[in-house]
Write a protein that binds this ligand. Sequence first.
Ligand code: GDP
Ligand code: IMO
Ligand code: MG
Length: 423
Amino acid sequence: MSKADVLLGLQWGDEGKGKIVDVLTPQYDLIARFQGGPNAGHSLEFEGTKHVLHTIPSGIFHADKQNLIGNGVVIDPIILNREVEKLLEKGVDVSKNLLVSRKAHLILPTHRILDAASEASKGLSKIGSTLKGIGPTYMDKTGRNGIRVGDTELPDFKDKYEFLRNKHLELIRLYDYSDFDLDKMEQEWFESLKVFNRLPKVDSEHLVNTYLQQDKKVLAEGAQGTLLDIDFGSYPFVTSSNTITAGACTGLGIAPNRIGEVFGIFKAYCTRVGSGPFPTELYDETGEKLRQIGREFGSTTGRPRRCGWLDLPSLRYAIMINGVTQLIMMKSDVLSDFDTIKVCTSYRYNGELIDYLPYDLLSGKIEPIYTEIKGWKTDISTCKNSHELPLEFLNYVQFIEQQVNVPITILSVGPDRSQTMFR
Ligand code: GDP
Ligand code: IMO
Ligand code: MG
């Protein structure tokens, strides 16, 4: 019996999960998304084309590998259909290698409206949600009101839908929110459901465990990042699911003792999109330089991402929570033009030196303490082998490894599949 490996983000999302899942897929039989929904935007590039996936696992470009949307995921059939169609235009037919869990929950049009109404009511303290209906859908899941994929196969599906929709409309009235055209949204939703219904539905926990029993290799693909986790992220500025390794257990039905390698992925610096605390954020031209060179604009919403230096206390925290066994460092090439690179090793918090993330990041004053590292000032994006990398860059890698005590086994130096080095 084999164990499932997990790959997930250690920061605030957009670490480059899509790219690395695609690179690792040849080593696996099944790639499975375990949580989140179309708030995710996973990009990958090969043969000169960039692809962005929101719901479909990033193993989809390998026709001989199965891809599963697990029970922990929330699905908007409209967005999923658009993804399926876009892939078809590029010659990728998902009908043979994409499976959907019956226990995954559906995002209804009124979930999206509730998301928008809730954000509008918060004014300046809004979460900065992607407005895909994620929060309201997970609220209905834990509130035991949700509609699941399997319900679409049952005779009372329409009744269930109308009951929940009407309940939502009452809530929306309380928000005094009217900026929507529900008829149009519903028409599109039911239309897309026809296509969605053709995708194979499975009892995914059995499927995943059968793969493991048959010694086949399973990779669980994370979405978002550890610092957006509902329990351990910078609450309330988080998403509404468990983005951590434990989420792969509940989001796929994998027992904790059947988890193998945990690949923790991080950028060589930090970014965050949406609101919430970000201790190493740069508001100056250095932040702007990171954003421009790193093309830091959201894959889902196009919003500019906030940028800052690498934050080791929060990275150590994420490694601890997830049980990370191997690290993957992304976008190292973005730092190639800096004379000096800063790394936050601890914080000064309300006048005291600490090396962990404190509970109250909002009213307390947190100031990063930096170590400065000499930059390499050489283009590394064409390096194919770690022996070709400049010494200053290897020093940066080694410094991080020593600080967090986990090996960095994969280095990414550009968005393309080929710009990846194994150490
Ligand atoms: P994900 O959500 O974790 O899959 O990450 P996103 O796809 O949202 O964001 C990562 C962005 O960085 C995408 O535009 C990728 O094409 C790009 N990218 C990934 N790895 C690298 C890298 O090593 N260097 C550079 N310059 N870009 C990268
Ligand atoms: P991937 O998988 C970056 C952020 C949003 C917002 C907060 C809550 O591409 O890394 P939500 O729509 O979940 O209610 O938004 O979480 N967020 C992400 N940020 N990458 C993501 O996914 C994200 N998914 C959600 O910007 O701050
Ligand atoms: Mg993304």
